[in-house]
Design a protein around this ligand. Structure first.
Ligand SMILES: NC(=O)c1ccc[n+]([C@@H]2O[C@H](COP(=O)([O-])OP(=O)(O)OC[C@H]3O[C@@H](n4cnc5c(N)ncnc54)[C@H](OP(=O)(O)O)[C@@H]3O)[C@@H](O)[C@H]2O)c1
Length: 328
């Protein structure tokens, strides 16, 4: 693995930037795809080799791809205003990108494609989805991630492609999970309705290690869920964070209908402001589900994956980072 030439797409993002750090640490020659407009705040190492390209036109990456050993496709959109906003990046742009990999990537040993639990959808409380569960995505995001997987699978017979489906990934630099913790730190544990909602989680270092398994010789390929192996309720997330922060919060229990109203207002405001809403009707659909839980057993068996962090240790690292970076 050291000295391998590796390209990371979506390197300016949360997961991509952590992966870049890990690859540098391993001694790889790290190339990153970014856009003119991408924020480089997490990409400060002088060893990183930058390549400007929007994936709507991957052409400028041709020469780079030609000399790569591995590619990690992390570019994606988790929030968008329209259906095409999700489908373009998460699915349509995968096609010309993988075609270019097939045409020019003569040294390519494998590609890791980042999908999501959302491509399969939620489940009933007490259950967890696995690799045999039929896909039934609920939101435009989930549907677009499934469409992206289908593109990846189309190319997987010609190039080894490992598709990974994480649940919520949390850790330093991530801003969605952080917004809940920030509210908690201000004294409020936000709960939706009266139902206890279950979720799988994965700390970003474990996610990065799971992705690095894609560089295992002779094992690349397939589609797997990657979690920390546990199932949590939001109540557990808050209690763990409270203990680590040494605070006590009050529960802010909002009815589901209020979230729907909030989403309508937020979408209206964002439409006028030309921004992507923080809360929209798609997000509310996700929030209303009782369980977003998945089993990572098959990835453990097939790839020898062993998560190193549970909620307590992952949150500890995350909160320490928030504090030392003045996020809290
Ligand atoms: N975070 C999670 O909890 C989670 C869970 C499951 C799956 N995933 C998947 O993991 C991947 C990475 O997620 P993340 O949380 O790291 O997202 P993120 O922080 O929003 O980063 C997304 C990255 O994609 C890039 N990108 C977006 N549109 C692009 C385009 N047209 N051309 C080239 N690059 C483009 C962004 O570049 P700019 O900086 O220029 O915008 C950014 O580098 C996504 O595919 C996501 O669906 C994430």
């Amino acid at each position: 693995m050291p000295d391998s030439r590796v390209l990371v797409t979506g390197a300016s993002g949360f997961i991509g930037s952590h992966l870049v750090d890990a690859l540098l640490e391993l001694g790889c020659e790290v190339h990153v795809q970014i856009r003119e407009t991408s924020n480089r705040r997490w990409l400060s190492s002088p060893e990183i080799q930058f390549h400007n390209a929007d994936l709507s036109d991957p052409g400028p990456l041709e020469n780079t791809i030609a000399s790569m050993d591995y590619i990690f496709h992390c570019a994606g959109v988790t929030k968008a205003k329209t259906r095409s906003g999700y489908f373009s990046v998460n699915a349509e742009y995968c096609e010309p990108f993988y075609q270019l990999c097939l045409d020019t990537g003569k040294n390519l040993k494998s590609i890791v494609h980042l999908s999501s639990l959302a491509a399969v959808g939620p489940c009933l409380p007490g259950e967890e989805v696995n690799e045999k569960t039929p896909c039934n995505p609920l939101t435009l995001y989930g549907k677009s991630k499934l469409a992206g997987e289908e593109v990846a699978r189309h190319f997987a017979s010609k190039i080894p492609i490992l598709i990974l489906r994480p649940p919520v990934v949390y850790g330093p630099r991530e801003e969605n999970f952080y917004s809940f913790i920030k509210l908690l730190n201000n004294g409020w544990a936000l709960q939706v309705g009266r139902t206890e909602r279950k979720l799988s989680l994965i700390y970003v270092s474990d996610m990065v290690n799971a992705m690095l398994k894609g560089m295992t010789p002779d094992l690349s390929g397939g589609c797997y869920f990657t979690t920390d192996g546990e199932e949590y309720s939001w109540g557990q997330v808050y209690q763990t964070a409270e203990k680590l922060l040494g605070i006590q919060s009050r529960t802010l229990r909002l009815p589901e209908s209020l979230f729907h109203l909030g989403a309508v207002l937020s979408e209206g405001f964002s439409w006028f402001a030309g921004t992507v809403p923080l809360l929209d009707k798609q997000r509310v659909k996700e929030i209303r589900q009782s369980a977003w839980t998945a089993s990572t057993k098959k990835f453990m068996e097939d790839y020898g994956y062993q998560p190193q962090y549970d909620l307590h240790s992952g949150l500890k690292q995350t909160l320490e980072w928030y504090k030392s970076n003045q996020w809290l």
